[in-house]
Design a protein around this ligand. Structure first.
Ligand code: SF4
Length: 331
């Protein structure tokens, strides 16, 4: 197994559960709900990136860019499927909404005149074959049981509004979606830093902060947060083109865009990070894919597969902790 290119997220997955790592990166089994997670993460991240790259972030709504991403970053048939889902959710009796969705270029549709145009361009109701295929593709995306495409779309719009309120009057970030490569603990590591910002704080002092937008439904474990922030911080230190942030923040998008702040003390934290990475390396080299049970199992996309392979085990170990001596998670 090639260890020359490890990302912070792979290290994190391996630290959390080697079995899940094996399924995802050795067996390359697509995680059933991965599609929905990736789509939601992409539309928010790419939308923010394009908003800043447009140079018009101070005057234009972020939702415009996030909305465009729903249709642009997805494969065409998935985009059609999502439009279909949204239309179905809204109810086809809502003709004006349907026209707005099918013809975003019609700014203020009128039911009679524009309905003809929208029918000629794309008819949700008549293009049965296409929709059948598209609906199948939409099923494959496997949204979580309590969320569908329309709800995810609406949520992404709400997040866009909150991020806009947070950032529209602030200076543009120093870096957006910046890839960093660096060597640490004998490994070549890479990762994408969402943003490095230089905003004035509540006292008017300008501070350099790294920001990571989290669009997932689950909180990071303490170990995940530690590994990610330490590696990104170290990556910035090694990159001469980037300032090293004083603090880092996880912006928890699904929870009102609250910022969870952290600070890295390289001298104090490096030995611990090294220990975690050496442990990951040893286990990958030894092909030790033992499962680590914890509360994360509840949301693991491989849970069914894992359960069927292992035969019997119990969920609900909410008090799981990482034992750094044994590198295992104990309940
Ligand atoms: S269900 Fe739990 S133990 Fe099994 S692969 Fe997923 S995270 Fe690991």
């Amino acid at each position: 197994m090639d260890l020359s290119d490890l990302s912070a997220s792979r290290i994190n997955l391996m630290s959390k559960c080697a079995r899940a790592y094996r399924y995802a990166h050795i067996d390359r089994i697509p995680e059933p709900q991965e599609g929905a997670k990736k789509i939601f993460g992409s539309v928010v991240h790419v939308g923010v990136q394009r908003w800043y790259e447009s140079g018009r972030y101070q005057t234009e709504p972020l939702s415009k860019y996030v909305d465009a991403c729903w249709w642009e970053v997805l494969p065409r048939d998935v985009a059609i499927a999502l439009r279909h889902c949204i239309a179905a959710e809204l109810g086809t009796h809502n003709l004006l909404q349907l026209i707005k969705i099918s013809r975003p270029d019609i700014k203020q549709p009128t039911a009679t005149k524009d309905y003809q145009k929208s029918q000629q361009f794309r008819s949700f109701l008549d293009a049965q074959d296409e929709l059948t295929v598209a609906s199948g593709r939409c099923e494959e995306i496997r949204w979580t049981s309590d969320e569908n495409a329309h709800q995810a779309y609406v949520k992404s719009m709400a997040i866009a509004d909150q991020l806009q309120r947070l950032w529209q009057d602030k200076p543009a970030p120093i870096a957006v979606e910046r890839e960093v490569w660096f060597d640490f603990a004998g490994l070549r590591i890479h990762g994408f830093i969402d943003q490095i910002r230089q905003d004035p704080d509540e006292h008017g002092e300008v501070r350099v902060r790294g920001v990571d937008i989290k669009t997932g439904r689950n909180e990071l474990t303490q170990l995940e947060a530690f590994v990610q922030v330490f590696l990104y911080h170290y990556g910035c230190m090694m990159d001469e083109t980037l300032p090293t942030p004083e603090r880092w923040g996880f912006l928890i998008a699904r929870r009102g865009c609250k910022m969870q702040e952290l600070q890295v003390d390289v001298e104090r934290h490096a030995p611990l990070a090294e220990k975690i990475i050496h442990s990951v390396r040893r286990r990958v080299e030894a092909e030790d894919w033992a499962p680590s049970f914890g509360y994360w199992c509840k949301s693991c996309g491989f849970r069914q597969l894992c359960e069927s392979e292992i035969g019997f085990w119990e969920f609900g170990q909410d008090t799981a902790t990482l034992d750094l001596e044994t590198d295992r998670v104990a309940a």
